[in-house]
Design a protein around this ligand. Structure first.
Ligand code: GAP
Length: 483
């Protein structure tokens, strides 16, 4: 499966989905640039998310908050004190790594051997150890417990193979920014570590400036920044990434939170399988245990996708109670509430939060779509989100009449669909190229087209070719896209 990931990463670079960041200067770790085709796919995913959760709902409004925010926002949210990763360094090769990832990868890869071995830990309880072996998760463990399990299991450095670690230490993930040009007079602010806080600090603005009534959601799509150490795996975990988050506010006296939670689970699942066209067998839910869940959360579940490097978190769903609003009330000294028009009661609502990484959705789409069929590599991306819907070719690039007709058709179709035009190389090569970028249909204008005003439409998935009159192409593709 690691091999599969390498192939996907190579294709992504070869065909202009993703490039390593700052590559011209030797690269900058954990940053990526999206190429021409990747940008289209990323936008299509974001537009579908926004359309599904904002435009098609009457109970959710949008927000686009600043990326740089006041240090007090992050003190109130708990990020300046508690938003950190436990890291350790290999003294031999200087590799820095997240302790939980090191341990979890080891547990994942050595499950069989561990079953027949017995350990006598001191700081970790027998139940905790057993649980870690079963779930292969250690999130929420203290630094001491992680150090102990690394020593017990003799977990070596994945880069150099040595067992020579520093202790496990915590590092804050927020990026500080210094505002003001005169040194000494500068104010400390932060790049946001999540989009969610924008919804809480604007809660009063939104309830005063719009017609919202509980229950309602506020959605935001945008960049977040975390100074993370990652294990590679392309855009799965990066220091700059895009989140799609919704804070769904409700009065717990009027709503059954468990019912709302289940409703969100269903909406998220449907978005992935019907919206993005992902195979359902590659998805699962994982409930957070007490140790892993934040202390204020009553329930947290992660939707996980079976990436080529295993099942990993894709989309989190958390019932965060009224913790965040209460924290901002405490730190700002302002009241944050909405008035129930029926009872005139002031309500500081509770919140359920679905939070997804758009770049993870992107990587999932590539991984799920990647297929090899003999010599052919094809990305079976759902046509709704494919970078281009239709590629238009003249059969021969040196026949003016064919090129003219194909360009005319391209101009007509691009008014309705995202299209691309290609007259390089032969038809076979053009098909292979379009298969690799996931274009669902290729249209060829040939000599017969000049007489019968029809074209050959070739289907990406079946490779079948049909003859369609040019005048019917618009309704032909509209019908196909509605499926
Ligand atoms: N407001 C809650 C919150 O931010 P999170 O689990 O830290 O929760 C939500 O992040 C989602 O954002 C994750 O499920 C994941 O899809 C994505 N995400 C988090 N960190 C990321 C990173 N470094 N790179 C890419 N995506 C990330």
């Amino acid at each position: 499966m690691a091999d599969q990931m390498e192939k996907i990463v190579a294709l992504a670079k070869r065909r202009g989905f993703i490039y390593p960041g700052s590559e011209l200067y030797g690269g900058l770790a954990n940053t990526y640039d999206y190429g021409p085709v990747g940008t289209e796919l990323l936008r299509n995913i974001k537009n579908l998310w926004w359309d599904t959760f904002v435009h098609r709902r009457t109970d959710i409004v949008g927000l686009d908050a600043s990326l740089i925010s006041h240090q007090k926002v992050w003190e109130a949210s708990g990020h300046t004190s508690g938003f950190s990763d436990a890291l350790l360094d290999c003294k031999s090769c200087k590799r820095r790594i997240r302790a939980d990832h090191l341990i979890e990868d080891f547990l994942e890869n050595h499950a069989e051997e561990l079953r027949s071995t017995s350990f006598v830990p001191v700081k970790i309880s027998a139940d905790e150890l057993k649980n870690a072996f079963v779930t292969k998760k250690v999130e929420g463990w203290t630094e001491e417990k992680m150090e102990e399990i690394i020593a017990l299991l003799q977990i070596k450095c994945p880069s150099c193979g040595k067992l020579d670690w520093t202790g496990v230490r915590k590092f804050n993930l927020l990026f500080p920014v210094h505002l003001g040009i005169v040194e000494g007079d500068q104010d400390l602010a932060y790049l946001r570590g999540e989009t969610a806080q924008g919804m809480f600090v604007n809660f009063e603005n939104i309830s005063n400036s719009t017609r919202v009534r509980l229950p309602f959601g506020v959605a935001q799509l945008g960049k977040s920044f975390r100074n993370e150490v990652t294990l590679g795996n392309s855009v799965f975990r990066t220091i700059e990434f895009e989140q799609g988050e919704i804070e769904y506010f409700f009065d717990p006296e009027n709503e059954d939170w468990e019912k709302l939670f289940e409703g969100w689970k269903e909406s998220m699942w449907q978005f992935i399988i019907k919206g993005l066209g992902i195979r359902e067998e590659n998805l699962r839910w994982r409930l957070h245990g007490d140790e892993e869940r934040s202390f204020y959360s009553k329930r947290t579940e992660d939707m996980e996708y079976n990436f080529p490097f295993g099942f990993k978190e894709l989309w989190g769903l958390a019932y965060r109670t009224d913790y965040d609003l209460k924290q901002h009330i405490k730190h700002s000294g302002k009241e944050l509430y909405i008035v129930d028009p029926k009872t005139n009661k002031k309500v500081t609502p509770h919140v359920i939060e679905p939070a997804v990484g758009i770049n993870r959705l992107f990587l999932m789409v590539l991984a799920d779509a990647y297929h090899e069929e003999g010599e052919r590599v094809v990305l079976r991306i759902d046509p709704k989100i494919a970078p281009y819907k239709i590629a238009i070719f003249p059969l021969l690039a040196n026949k003016e009449q064919l090129v003219g007709k194909a360009k005319e058709l391209f101009e007509t179709l691009r008014a309705e669909f995202t299209c691309t035009f290609d007259d390089r190389g032969n038809i076979g090569k053009r098909y292979l190229y379009q298969d690799e970028i996931g274009t669902p249909w290729c249209v060829t204008v040939d000599f017969d087209s000049l007489e019968d005003h029809a074209v050959t439409v070739r289907d990406r998935d079946t490779t079948e070719q049909v003859r369609v009159p040019m005048a019917e192409l618009s309704s032909y593709f509209t019908k196909k896209l509605r499926k």
